[in-house]
Design a binder for this molecule. Structure first.
Ligand code: QAP
Ligand code: CO
Length: 173
């Protein structure tokens, strides 16, 4: 399956993703195609809506201590639901759909999650650190929320200005 990343300000990113009910070869093919595009673009997380598929599916591959992302560490979360969250943490986030822009975002520090794997089996997961942050970032995509929506009014204005300039420069080169 050939996929391309949908970038802000494309309205597609505002869609609400639908629950996955059928865990078939089509779903597996989408997940299999999301992994290489995430790795090739230096991503650690990617929601299906970012490749124009509005379904509640996302993948994560948090770098290990060596900064590597072996495929064994790949997490595929379908229909995720956070059941517990605690604490507060700030991290400089980015997003493959908002290239070249990074800002500090406040999230819960730890969380517990229910989800389904690619075969529809229910799983639970406890997360902290960068994984917990990434899960919250990717789950926001499932309801049409981007990390830039969480910025203060002033920061958001600064972002819009810089981003517009970047898009313009990109078009002219
Ligand atoms: C979400 O983000 C995330 O601007 C995943 O030029 C971010 O993979 C979770 C990326 C931070 C937790 C913490 C962004 C690659 C990748 C860019 C990403 C870029 C190249 C973002
Ligand atoms: Co993102």
């Amino acid at each position: 399956m050939r996929l391309t990343i949908v970038e802000y300000p494309n309205k597609k990113l505002r869609e609400i993703s639908k629950e996955v009910k059928v865990f078939d070869a089509k779903l597996h093919s989408l997940l299999d195609s999301m992994y290489p595009i995430m790795i090739d673009t230096n991503g650690i997380g990617l929601a299906a809506i970012q490749v124009a598929h509005p379904i509640k599916a996302l993948i994560l591959n948090i770098p290990d201590e060596e900064g590597e992302q072996p495929k064994e560490n790949l997490l595929e979360l379908i229909n995720p639901v956070i059941t517990q969250q605690d604490g507060e943490t700030v991290y400089q986030e980015g997003c493959l759909s908002v290239p070249k822009f990074y800002e500090d975002i406040k999230r819960s520090e730890t969380l517990t999650l229910n989800y389904q794997d690619r075969d529809g089996n229910t799983q639970t997961l406890e997360a902290d650190g960068l994984l917990a942050i990434a899960i919250q970032h990717e789950m926001d995509h499932l309801v049409g929320i981007l990390f830039i929506d969480k910025l203060s009014y002033a920061r958001r204005k600064k972002f819009e200005k810089e981003y517009k300039r970047m898009l313009k420069e990109r078009k002219s080169s």
